[in-house]
Structure formats: structure tokens, C-alpha cells
Design a protein around this ligand. Structure first.
Ligand code: SF4
Length: 374
């Protein structure tokens, strides 16, 4: 069997990517700034009984042509982080602090009207369950053409032509452009959603569990399609998923979130084969691996904390087998290692020489490495 080609080997030269854009950069853009830089993002939801600290001090960066996977249990803040980039939060949610810089422009400071310049044109989304996301009474071709006409001001004819090209690009024959969503298979509907997300030639596509509702064969086809589009169009991807093998196969970097904070972030291969944060290790050991010895999958005891009143120190402390006294009182600082991994855990004190060699303890559970990250 041939060695699978690694996603990072397929990544186009970032210097070429901005030159391929169909539209000029936004007027306030700094051409030398990173594509996306999120710093200390905090998002709150107003709920009966208090304010939910759904995202608390999250920082990360996404470069041109890069794919970042975001993983963690339900309720850990993955989707909220992604939606807050273009402020598509539910009515009771708002960004409390932090910045979301796209080409150096802080989107967190933009008004609803100003954000329309960036939604779909710079950052677009593919949601899970295309049947719910697509309009059931409009033909898919029309739904792909609409954002081109409305947001880019193209003529109806030009929008239709471009929609047909995009449907072809994602593998939907031109004859199916006149179909309604219920007349397409689940895989075809998800392809139509991807065509919609590409309609305005965005720099970043966010996939929120884009393959969760699909069977494994169709899931593989959709992931292959995303990978091909990333390579051919120079897209940057943010992939939110519970499925760690999807991240292992598709992404360059992975960010593990727990209770609204980043536990660990780094190159996929490093994080999945040598996880450092106790939560990452538990998460990996709870994931099946066909190459591991037959074994019982681990469960992580306990539940996510109530984010209206989270624990004062490390939020994982009530569930962590390695918790120390300091963990209940002090928020762990982030430590960056020389192999590109950063970890927020008191097991790795800040100020210590943070090299990959000194990153012990690495008690990776047997068989915990995720398939594809080898
Ligand atoms: Fe466990 Fe303490 Fe590290 Fe939190 S900071 S993950 S409680 S060891």
C-alpha cells in the first residue's frame, strides 16, 4: 500500500494564493498581515441564571492555504468560536472582548452592515445537515447563483453561469442544477452547500461538522473534495468536528478545546501521536483505532462544568486524574514548545525550557494515536 500523501505536502505556496484572488483585498487590508489572527476572544451568552462564558481567551492563527481542525466535546466552544468570526452568533450571544483580525482588519469591531462585506465574500460556512441549511422550495442552481448576484452585484445571467461552473466543480452535473434539495442524495446536497460556500470566492471556508450526517463512503468523497478544492483554489479551511480521524486526514493543525478554552494546539501529527494535555490524551483514548490491540474504549468521567460558573483554575480539574492543588486555583498559562505545539496545563510550567524533549510526561494510552496521523 502506498503511503498516503500528507495534506501539508499538498498545501500550495501561500505567496501564490493571494495572487489568485478574483477580487481585490478589502480596502483596509494590510497585505503583509496574516490571513486570520484571533486573540483572546471571549464570547458570552445571556441565559436565565447568568452569563455563559462559552469562549474564554481563545487565540489562534490561520494562514493562507492552511487547514485547521477544531475538536472537543459538545459544548466546548468549537462552533461558537467559528460563528463569532463573522458574528453569526444567536441573539443572546456577543463578543465581550478580543480581536478577530482578517488581513489585519478587526472584524470584532465591525457593525452588522460592515460585516456583510466579509460574510461569504471572505469567510463562508458549510453547515452539517444540508437539508436544513438549503431552502427546500428553491432549485439548488438558484441557491448557488443568489449570493453571486446579491453580494457581488453580478448580472443574473453571469451568476447562473458561475453557479453552473461551481456545481460542476463540486461534482454536480449541470442537469441537476434545476433540482430541488429533496430530489438530491445527502452527498449531493452537501456538495451543493459547498458550491454555495464557494460562490463568492472566499479566502476561508468553515466546515461545521460538514460530513457528520453522511455515510462513510460519501464522507470520504466530501473530504476528498474539500482537500482538492483547498489545493486547487488555495482555500484555507477550518474544520469543526467530533471525528478526530477526519482532522487527521484533512488538517495541518489541530486545536483541542475544553470548556471554552484552548487546551492544546499544534501540528496534527505531533498532537495526535504525542499528546501532552491530559484532556487531549483522554480524548484520543476515547477514540477507536483499527490498528490498536482490541481494547475497551475509555470514557472521560464527569461532565463539562457549568459555564455560568466555571471552576476558578483549570476547567478540566474536576475530571483530571493528574490534577494538583494549584489546578483548582490558578488558570494554567500557555506554554509553547519548539515543535510548534502549545499547551495550557500546570504539568508544563511556563518559564521552563519548553522543548519537545522536555515535554514528558507523554503517557499516550496504547493505541491512542489517531489513524492518518502516523
Ligand atoms: Fe489536569 Fe491540572 Fe493540567 Fe488542568 S492544569 S489538565 S487539572 S494537570
Amino acid at each position: 500500500m502506498t503511503e498516503p500523501v500528507r495534506p501539508d505536502a499538498l498545501r500550495p505556496d501561500p505567496a501564490l494564493i493571494r495572487g489568485r484572488r478574483q477580487w481585490p483585498l478589502p480596502r483596509q487590508a494590510d497585505p503583509s498581515a496574516p490571513l486570520l489572527e484571533v486573540e483572546n476572544l471571549a464570547v458570552r451568552f445571556k441565559m436565565p441564571g447568568g452569563s455563559v462564558k462559552a469562549v474564554d481567551g481563545v487565540s489562534f492563527r490561520l494562514d493562507d492555504g492552511e487547514a485547521l481542525g477544531i475538536a472537543g466535546e459538545s459544548g466546548c466552544g468549537k462552533t461558537t468560536t467559528a460563528l463569532s468570526l463573522v458574528q453569526l452568533l444567536p441573539a443572546n450571544g456577543r463578543i465581550r472582548s478580543g480581536s478577530v483580525k482578517l488581513f489585519g482588519i478587526d472584524l470584532a469591531q465591525k457593525s452588522e452592515r460592515q460585516l456583510n462585506r466579509y460574510r461569504w465574500r471572505e469567510i463562508s460556512l458549510v453547515f452539517q445537515g444540508a437539508m436544513n441549511a438549503l431552502n427546500p422550495v428553491q432549485r439548488v442552481g438558484h441557491q448557488v447563483a443568489e449570493p453571486i448576484e446579491v453580494r457581488l452585484g453580478q448580472s443574473r445571467e453571469a451568476s447562473r453561469r458561475r453557479a453552473a461552473e461551481l456545481l460542476d466543480l463540486v461534482g454536480i452535473p449541470a442537469a441537476r442544477a434545476s433540482a430541488y434539495p429533496h430530489e438530491l442524495s445527502g452527498g449531493m446536497r452537501q456538495r451543493a452547500m459547498i458550491a454555495m460556500a464557494l460562490a463568492c470566492d472566499p479566502a476561508i471556508v468553515i466546515g461545521d461538522e460538514p460530513t457528520t450526517a453522511l455515510d462513510v463512503m460519501v464522507q470520504a468523497q466530501i473530504l476528498q473534495l474539500l482537500e482538492q478544492l483547498r489545493r486547487d483554489l488555495g482555500l484555507s479551511l477550518m474544520l469543526i468536528t467530533h471525528d478526530l480521524s477526519v482532522i487527521a486526514e484533512t488538517c495541518d493543525r489541530v486545536m483541542i478545546m475544553y470548556a471554552g478554552r484552548v487546551a492544546e494546539e499544534g501540528p496534527v501529527r505531533r498532537v495526535f501521536t504525542a499528546p501532552r494535555h491530559p484532556y487531549t490524551r483522554r480524548l484520543l483514548s476515547a477514540f477507536p483505532n483499527i490498528h490498536a490491540d482490541r481494547r475497551t474504549l475509555e470514557v472521560i468521567p464527569g461532565q463539562l462544568p457549568d459555564l455560568r460558573n466555571p471552576p476558578p483554575g483549570c476547567r478540566f480539574a474536576p475530571r483530571c486524574a493528574e490534577a494538583m492543588a494549584v489546578c483548582s486555583t490558578e488558570v494554567p498559562a500557555e506554554v509553547r514548545f519548539d515543535d510548534g505545539v502549545r499547551v495550557a496545563c500546570h504539568l508544563f510550567p511556563s518559564g521552563a525550557a519548553a522543548t519537545a524533549e522536555t515535554a514528558a510526561p507523554l503517557t499516550v494510552p496504547a493505541g491512542a494515536a489517531v489513524e492518518g496521523a502516523r
